[in-house]
Write a protein that binds this ligand. Structure first.
Ligand code: ADP
Length: 261
């Protein structure tokens, strides 16, 4: 038989344990809730390109699109399809564990001017309707690097998408390419809302978004930069940010001229 003191201690231990358990449950519940919100948001985001693809295909099938317009429609369909595949990747990111989503880099010769044009291509319509001035400056002497083209394209796509998303229509976007001995650097500068200094180290974290309320206006999951940095690091590179709240941001991607295999 235990003494009253021992029993009291035991009771206290139980209380502590219950508290700790409750805390963990709350945490799990909270992350589950976040996950659900994220999935709902992504499912919603997926509907937009699907609707757009369907209506454009219908227009073509109904003979509403003349020969001259057809390439524009097809390109737009292609861009929406690419957006869909990215959203699917994000959905996978939310729902699966790290192990299941490894994409093996395929290292090939990648022309810098071509990949920039390709990455910008999917924003053609947006750039036009928002009257954006896209300034490209290639300062490096190296015209191509050896890297994973799909990965590099995704990084550039995400960073350009953010530059457009977090700045006003009509403001320019500056893209600059430089190089040093072993790396090329591509920076994308916008003149938008910027990232407050204390948030800058967090924006590459999984699911992290600046000021939730503000971001409701923009939509998104907080995965784009996380995925981009993950790819950049896998390719032996890095992504950094320089920004001032209210003035704009510059995201710089550094990639080695030749990925070590
Ligand atoms: P998402 O845009 O889906 O929220 P990201 O991972 O791409 O996710 O970005 C994380 C956060 O970083 C964004 O929520 C946004 O607050 C901030 N951010 C990213 N790019 C920019 C930018 N160019 N200008 C201002 N804020 C940015």
């Amino acid at each position: 038989i235990r003494s009253p003191k021992e029993l009291a201690e035991l009771a206290e231990d139980f209380n502590h344990m219950t508290e700790r358990l409750e805390e963990s449950f709350n945490q799990i519940r909270k992350s589950e809730d976040e996950k659900k919100t994220m999935i709902a948001q992504l499912s919603h985001d997926i509907k937009t390109p699907v609707t757009s693809i369907r209506s454009q295909i219908e227009a073509i099938l109904d003979g509403m699109v003349d020969d001259e317009e057809r390439p524009v429609y097809l390109e737009s369909i292609q861009n929406q399809a690419m957006r869909l595949s990215q959203l699917t990747d994000e959905l996978l990111e939310v729902t699966t564990t790290q192990e299941n989503k490894k994409h093996k880099p395929v290292v090939r010769k990648v022309w810098i001017d071509k990949i920039l044009v390709a990455a910008l291509n999917s924003f053609q319509v947006q750039i036009k309707t928002e009257k954006r001035d896209i300034q490209i400056e290639l300062k490096g002497k190296t015209p191509f690097i050896y890297t994973d083209e799909e990965g590099m394209n995704r990084i550039l796509h995400n960073i350009i998408a953010n530059a457009l998303k977090y700045s006003d229509p009509g403001t320019p976007i500056k893209i600059q390419e430089k190089e040093n001995d072993h790396f090329i650097q591509i920076s994308v500068q916008d003149f938008g809302v910027g990232v407050p200094e204390k948030e800058q180290k967090h924006i590459f974290e999984r699911f992290y978004r600046v000021e939730k309320s503000r971001n409701q206006k923009y939509g998104g999951t907080g995965l784009g930069l996380f995925i981009s940095l993950e790819i950049a690091e896998k390719l032996g590179g890095n992504i950094t940010v320089r920004s001032k709240s209210g003035e704009g941001s510059t995201f710089t991607v550094s990639l080695p001229k030749r990925v070590k295999e």
